[in-house]
Each structure stands twice: as C-alpha cells, then as structure tokens.
Design a protein around this ligand. Sequence first.
Ligand code: 1HE
Length: 261
Amino acid sequence: MAQPKLPKSLKVERRGAVSILTLARPEKRNALDDTTILGIETFFATVPAEVKAVLLNAEGKHFSAGLDLSELKVLSTEEGIAHSRMWHGIFDKIEFGRVPVVTVMHGAVVGGGLELAAATHIRIAERSAYYALPEGSRGIFVGGGGSVRLPRIIGVSRMMDLMLTGRTYGAEEGQAFGISHYLVGESEGLAKGVEIATRIASNSPTTNFAIMNVLPRIAEQDRASGYVMESLTAAIAQANEDAKKRINDFLEKRAAKVERK
Ligand code: 1HE
C-alpha cells in the first residue's frame, strides 16, 4: 500500500525492511498537536507490507515536549475526554499493531512524548535523554495512556514521584528503571536503532505478532488461561512453514548460533 501524504511535522524514510518515522517539528520541540497525532495514525495504518519494523525518532535537540499545550488550553471537559480517547486509540494501534516499533530517544522525553515512547516496543536512549511527567505542575493529568502503560514499566511508585514532584530522571536512571532497553552515546541512537529494527524485521512475522499481541495479554491473564493461550500460540507458530525452515536451517548448520559476543 502506498503511504499517503503525512503532515510536515512527520518525515518518513526507508532502510530495507525498516521504515523510519521522524517527528519533525523541532521549532516546537516536537510538541504533539492533533495534526501530528493523526499523521502518526495514518502512518501506522498504511505501513506497506514489505516493511517489517519501524524506527521512531525525532529531529532537533529534544525527542518531544509532549502534548501541544496551545491546543489543550481551549478544550472543554467533553472535548478533553474525546482528545484523550483519540490518543488512546492511536497509541493502542501502535502497541498492538503489525510492526514492532523501536524508539530512539534524546533530550526531553516529556509528558505525551514519554507516553508515545511507552506505546512502542523497544526504547533506545541516547545519554542526553531525560524523562518527566510535568502534568502535575500544569494542573492536568496524563491522557495518552501513560497511567496504564508507565506503571507496568517503572511502577506506580516511581510514576507518582515523577508526577507529584515534577522531577526528571536522567538517561542512566531511565535505563536502570526500565524506561530504555539500550543506552548509547550521543548521536549513536539512529545506527543502533536501525541495527535492532533490522534484526527484529528478520524474525518470523507470526512470532513478532505473538510477541506484540499475545505476550502482553498473557501477562495480564490468570495463569491457567495464560498457559492455554501460550500452547495455542506456540502450536500455531511452530506449524508455520517459516518456522520449519528456520529450525531445519539450524539443524543443518546454516543458521546462526546463540552466542554472546
Ligand atoms: C511548546 C511545548 C508544548 C515547547 N506545547 N508548545 N509538556 C511540557 O510541559 C513541557 C514544555 N516544554 C518545555 O519544558 C521546554 O520547551 C523544553 C524543556 C522541552 C525545551 O526547552 P527549550 O528552551 O529548548 O525550548 P522552548 O523555548 O521552551 O520552546 C520552544 C518553542 O516550543 C516555544 O514556542 P515559541 O513560539 O515561543 O518559539 C514553546 O512555547 C514551544 N513549546 N513545548 C506547545 N508542550 C495526552 S496528555 C499528555 C500531557 C502532556 O504531555 S503534559 C506535558 C506538556
């Protein structure tokens, strides 16, 4: 499927099976206005079949300053609910979509910017990255699914600390707390991100689907249901032609070993 036109706050580039989506509104520190959020939805709804993973990154000194506050200041309560529900729908489509998403973060990863990163699957932080949820000091609340996703990543207690005190966590704290999976030097994020996204893109699509869509659901189920769901998923995945070929490749010494380099 050809990708439709996106707003100028988003750029897209292809590297093999990886599509790179870049937040490109650095003059507003990549604040997420409705146009950008709807553009992100369009991008993910129209990822071409040959794209097997997405890399999300951002232009300028900061990943994202979060929600565009100039739009929020005119919303009524009902409009505020609709606005938040719009973010929920779009971020859910990212989290439970077809393509795994690797996010490269640097500078401010704040409010809705952190919520967006949390809806993606693998996060890489450059050393300049820092995290904050300034909603408390702005008199608002997270609205992009942050209260659902972030406690599952960093715990309710740390999220309370971020929101009540307005403090920031640096890149190393973020790495220790599980916000990022990888911590790299300045300007090294893109290369690392492409490397990881390319590796993810080489997995079986069935397994990637199960990792993104089945694993998180099993983790939220009771054990008995989880075991049943796991058996079904494992049985479907292994019966795949692709799985048979990959297993044969290993047995016939054509596939890579699992070695620590
Ligand atoms: C913005 C926004 C924004 C910058 N909405 N316009 N997020 C925040 O509370 C974070 C607010 N932003 C900041 O604290 C700072 O901008 C930064 C630390 C990220 C960067 O500082 P700096 O000195 O590089 O830039 P700046 O001068 O503050 O901003 C440059 C321009 O971007 C300026 O506009 P200009 O027209 O005067 O040039 C800023 O007004 C504009 N700008 N951030 C709108 N966020 C779904 S619910 C989620 C709830 C939230 O995300 S709350 C968190 C909101």
